[in-house]
Design a protein around this ligand. Structure first.
Ligand code: F6R
Length: 249
């Protein structure tokens, strides 16, 4: 794959809800165009509104995921799948349990060996590449992560076990009862896996994302800011609200 720097499309929405509506439309359009699309989908606070709208669209008969193949972007490791904070629980609660889904794959946070599990997931994902549409959030503060690709993640990284950085563990801590419960690691699609998708949509809301969005779009493309690697993809769109856009000139 030859990678060339491009200028991503940036869509600035007046409100966070408009970000949700934009992202939902992208998914609806993709599914109408190709009912057996492959998708990579994220968890987190940012996409919740998008999932609410997708469920609503399903109820209105406007989206059908029954032939789709969905890959989760990442999962904590170790974590029990039925832990309410697992990304598996998140996906079920926000999407999977609401409608028929063709196939849904997620790394198994309960697997005995993280490296073997990561390799299983990598092979599965590779089989479906190029993914038709990948939706991503972006890390808060100065993390600039995508998936669990923290600072230092190389461009050629693939699905793997990673240790979470303290900034990420703190940012994700609010749903865990005590800091001890926050998993120390995760299994994530790598930068190289993400860049293989045909299209990438990055959604970001609020001022906590402003630094990361700016750094993703400007400055050197480097492992210091994993989201900056997205500038090497020819079809990436950042859909952000005014809060997340506030440092862009
Ligand atoms: C989620 C993920 C993370 C989040 C990011 C933003 O699957 O991999 O990279 O997208 O941490 O999280 P929120 O949306 O909670 O701000």
């Amino acid at each position: 794959m030859t990678l060339q720097e491009t200028t991503p499309e940036v869509v600035i929405c007046d409100t966070p809800e408009e970000v949700d509506t934009y992202a939902t439309k992208k998914l609806v359009d993709q599914m109408q165009k190709k009912p057996d699309s492959s998708l990579t989908l994220p968890t987190g606070n940012t996409p919740v509104g998008m999932y609410v709208r997708i469920v609503d669209m399903y109820k209105q008969g406007k989206i059908d995921l029954s032939k789709a193949t969905i890959f989760s972007l990442d999962e904590y490791y170790p974590i029990e799948s039925n832990n309410l904070n697992s990304f598996a629980s998140f996906m079920k609660q926000n999407l999977i349990d609401h409608m028929p889904i063709g196939k849904w794959y997620i790394p198994n946070g309960e697997a005995q060996d993280a490296t073997i599990e990561a390799e299983r997931y990598r092979q599965l994902l590779e089989h479906y590449q190029p993914i038709d549409l990948t939706v991503l959030g972006i890390g808060p503060g100065t993390t600039c992560h995508i998936g669990f690709n923290e600072k230092g993640s190389p461009i050629d990284s693939t699905v793997r076990y990673v240790k979470l950085h303290d900034e990420t563990r703190v940012a994700n801590s609010k749903n865990f009862l005590s800091p001890k419960e926050i998993p120390t690691g995760g299994i994530t699609q790598g930068i190289s896996d993400i860049l293989q998708a045909k299209q990438i949509l990055v959604i970001a809301k609020g001022e906590a994302k402003a630094w990361g969005v700016k750094r993703a779009l400007h400055g050197p493309i480097s492992s210091d800011a994993p989201a900056s690697f997205l500038r090497l993809h020819p079809h990436v769109t950042f859909v952000i609200d005014r809060g997340a856009a506030q440092l862009l000139s």
